[in-house]
Write a protein of this length. Structure first.
Length: 265
C-alpha cells in the first residue's frame, strides 16, 4: 500500500499498486466503494495484466483518510487525486473509472490534462440528477440534510443498499459519503457530459446492455466517444461480468499507436 498527502492538513490518499510497464493504469471506484475490492480481478486479468496499475481510493473512501473539513466536490476530489498521482510520478495514465469515479476522472482530465491519456468510463454519471428520497444511491443519500444523515439517515441507507454495497460503503466517512453524493448529483460546471465531449483524448463509455440506449449516445459518438454495451450485468459491470468487462477494457486501451494522445493538437 502506498500513500500521498493531498490536503494542507496532511490527509492522505492511499492505493494498492501493482508493478508493470508504463504508461500506468489508474482504477477509480464509485461512491461508497473502494478500488482494490472492485478492480483487483480486472487489473490482473490476462488481457490487462503487466501494466503498472494503481487501485486508488478517493479521499474519504476505503483505505484513504476521511477528513471532515474537506468539501468533497467533484473538483476537489479531482484535485486531490491529481496530487496523489503527481506524488506517484504518474503522467499520461489510462483511467478506468466507475460511476462517481468516472465523473471525477472526467473532471481530472479537464483540469489536469497531462495526467490522463485515455478514459474508460464505467456506467459513469454524466449529468446532474434529482434527489430521490428512499433510494439507496447518490440521489437517496443527497435527499438527507447532512445533519439528518449523520444523526441516523445513514442507517436507513445501510438497510436499503444491502450487505454487498455496505461492505465498502461503511468504510467511507459519513460526511464524505454525504457530501460526495450531494456534489455528484449537482454535477460539475460545465457538466461532466459537456467536459467529456470536449476532451481530446481516446474515450470509451461502458454501460449495461440491459439499460438500453445511453441518453445522448449519438452526440457522444459524433464527438469520438466509443459507447459499448456489456451483456449480462448491472451497474457493477466489472463484478457482474468480469470477462466481458476485461475484453471491452482491453479493446478500449489497445492500439495506442493508432490513436495517439492528442493533447498536443
Amino acid at each position: 500500500m502506498r500513500n500521498a498527502v493531498v490536503t494542507p492538513g496532511g490527509d492522505r490518499i492511499r492505493w494498492v499498486e501493482l508493478p508493470g510497464q508504463e504508461p500506468p493504469r489508474v482504477y477509480v471506484h464509485g461512491l461508497g466503494a473502494t478500488s482494490p475490492a472492485y478492480f483487483a480481478e480486472i487489473a490482473v486479468h490476462p488481457l490487462l495484466a503487466g501494466r503498472r496499475s494503481l487501485l486508488i481510493d478517493l479521499l474519504g473512501h476505503g483505505l484513504s483518510d476521511r477528513p471532515t473539513g474537506f468539501d468533497y466536490t467533484l473538483d476537489s476530489h479531482a484535485d486531490a487525486l491529481a496530487d496523489a498521482l503527481t506524488s506517484a510520478g504518474v503522467t499520461g495514465a489510462e483511467l478506468i473509472a466507475h460511476s462517481m469515479g468516472g465523473s471525477v476522472a472526467i473532471v481530472l482530465a479537464a483540469r489536469h490534462p497531462h495526467l490522463v491519456s485515455r478514459l474508460v468510463l464505467v456506467d459513469a454519471n454524466l449529468d446532474p440528477l434529482p434527489r430521490r428520497p428512499g433510494s439507496g444511491g447518490s440521489s437517496g443519500i443527497a435527499a438527507y440534510s447532512e445533519q439528518a444523515f449523520l444523526e441516523g439517515g445513514w442507517e436507513e441507507v445501510r438497510d436499503r443498499v444491502g450487505p454487498h454495497w455496505w461492505a465498502t460503503m461503511r468504510l467511507a466517512g459519513r460526511e464524505a459519503l454525504h457530501r460526495s453524493a450531494v456534489h455528484l448529483i449537482r454535477g460539475s460546471v460545465p457538466t461532466m457530459r459537456e467536459l467529456l465531449l470536449d476532451l481530446r483524448i481516446p474515450r470509451t463509455y461502458l454501460l449495461p446492455e440491459a439499460d438500453g440506449p445511453l441518453p445522448g449516445a449519438d452526440a457522444l459518438t459524433a464527438a469520438g466517444v466509443a459507447v459499448v454495451a456489456i451483456p449480462d450485468c448491472g451497474h457493477n459491470i466489472m463484478l457482474d461480468n468480469p470477462e466481458a468487462f476485461a475484453q471491452a477494457t482491453a479493446a478500449a486501451c489497445a492500439d495506442r499507436e493508432a490513436r495517439p494522445d492528442r493533447h498536443a493538437e
